[in-house]
Design a protein around this ligand. Structure first.
Ligand code: 13P
Ligand code: SF4
Length: 317
C-alpha cells in the first residue's frame, strides 16, 4: 500500500476483514479510479466522479464507504441525506477544491454583477459544497459539454476552479469563459518533454491525457478525456496497442484489469512519482477497515448542503 512498507500478508488479512465488515454493516463501497488497486478490487463500484455520484444516488444500503476524496464523499452525502457516508480519512482533500474558497468566489461574482456582466457560474465537481452552493451548474469531466449547452447563449460562463479544464472546454464549445485560476497538483506536473520523448521512442503508441492537464500536454495528446472517457476510448481498440497515459498513476491498474491485451505506460511527472495523488493516497486498507469497524469518520450534514443539493441534482442526475 502507498505510504506504508508493503506487507502482502497483512494486506490480505485486511482485505478479508473489510469484506466481512462490509457485509456486517450492510455497506456499499465506492472507489474512484485513482485509488490504490487493492482498494478498487474490494469496491462494489469503481468509477469517475460522475459515475460514482450516480451510484451514490442509487445506493440502497444504509452505509456508503467512499474511497475517494472529501468533495466526492460530500457529494454522496448530499445525495443521500439519510445515510451514513464514511470517508476513511477526512483529510483526503483536493488542490482544486481548495483553490476556490466560497468567500472569494462570492466577492468575484458580486464584482461581475456590479459591472453588469451577464454570466452563469459553472463549477467542476472538484469543489466544496459551499462553492457548489454558489454555482448555477456542476460539471464533471464526463458531462461538461452537455451541461455547458444549458447555459443561455447570451450569458458568459464563469468556470471554476480548474483553469486547464476550463480552457479546454472553452476551445471545445467556442463559448467565452471567465477562468478561475485553480489547478490540480497531479495533472499540472506531467513532463511534456518526457511525453514527446516517449512518442518518438514508440511512434505507434497512442497518447491519452486528462483535461486537467495544461494546454501544452493536451496539444501532444491523441485523445483528451476524463477517466471514464479514457476507458471507453481504449475499449474501442481491439489490436494490441501501447498507450501513453497522462493521468493519475493508479488509473493504470484499472486499464490493465480491463484491457490486458494492451500496454499502458504512465507519462512521468517532472519530478519522479508526483503523478500519484497524495490526497487519494490518504485512504489505506487499514483506515477503511477502521472506519467500517468504528463507523467513523463520517460526513456530517452542513447548512450549505441544502443549496448544493439543488445544483447537484439538476446537473448530475
Ligand atoms: P474524473 O475521474 O471524473 O475524470 O476526475 C478526475 C479527478 O481528478 C478526480 O479527482
Ligand atoms: Fe484533486 Fe488532482 Fe487529486 Fe483529483 S488528482 S483529487 S483533482 S488533487
Amino acid at each position: 500500500m502507498q505510504g506504508t512498507v508493503a506487507n502482502p500478508l497483512q494486506d490480505l488479512l485486511l482485505c478479508e476483514e473489510i469484506a466481512e465488515l462490509k457485509t456486517r454493516r450492510k455497506a456499499v463501497m465506492l472507489a474512484h479510479y485513482y485509488q490504490d488497486g487493492a482498494i478498487q478490487e474490494l469496491a462494489d463500484f469503481t468509477g469517475d466522479s460522475l459515475k460514482l455520484a450516480r451510484e451514490a444516488a442509487k445506493a440502497t444500503s444504509p452505509v456508503i464507504v467512499f474511497c475517494g476524496v472529501h468533495f466526492m464523499a460530500e457529494t454522496a452525502k448530499i445525495l443521500n441525506p439519510g445515510k451514513k457516508v464514511l470517508l476513511p480519512d477526512l483529510e483526503a482533500g483536493c488542490s482544486l477544491a481548495e483553490a476556490c474558497p466560497p468567500g472569494e468566489l462570492k466577492r468575484f461574482q458580486d464584482e461581475l454583477r456590479a459591472k453588469g456582466v451577464k454570466f452563469q457560474t459553472v463549477t467542476y465537481i472538484n469543489s466544496t459544497a459551499a462553492t457548489k452552493a454558489l454555482s448555477d451548474w456542476i460539471v464533471t469531466s464526463g458531462n461538461a459539454r452537455e451541461i455547458i449547452e444549458r447555459v443561455p447563449r447570451d450569458h458568459q460562463i464563469l468556470f471554476t476552479p480548474d483553469q486547464h479544464l476550463g480552457r479546454y472546454l472553452m476551445q471545445e464549445t467556442q463559448r467565452p469563459f471567465i477562468l478561475w485560476k485553480g489547478s490540480c497538483i497531479v495533472h499540472e506536473v506531467f513532463s511534456v518533454g518526457d511525453l514527446i520523448r516517449l512518442k518518438k521512442q514508440y511512434p505507434k503508441a497512442i497518447a491519452i491525457a486528462h483535461p486537467e492537464c495544461p494546454q501544452n500536454m493536451l496539444e501532444q495528446a491523441d485523445f483528451v478525456g476524463g477517466t471514464e472517457g479514457m476507458l471507453k476510448f481504449v475499449g474501442t481498440h481491439t489490436a494490441s496497442t501501447m498507450f501513453l497515459v497522462a493521468t493519475e498513476v493508479n488509473m493504470i491498474w484499472q486499464f490493465e484489469k480491463r484491457y490486458p491485451q494492451h500496454v499502458f505506460l504512465p507519462v512521468p511527472g517532472i519530478a519522479c512519482a508526483c503523478n500519484a495523488c497524495p490526497h487519494m493516497a490518504k485512504n489505506t486498507l487499514e483506515k477503511i477497515r477502521n472506519c467500517l469497524r468504528d463507523m467513523t469518520p463520517e460526513i456530517a450534514w452542513q447548512p450549505e448542503f441544502d443549496a448544493a443539493q439543488k445544483v447537484i441534482t439538476r446537473s448530475l442526475l
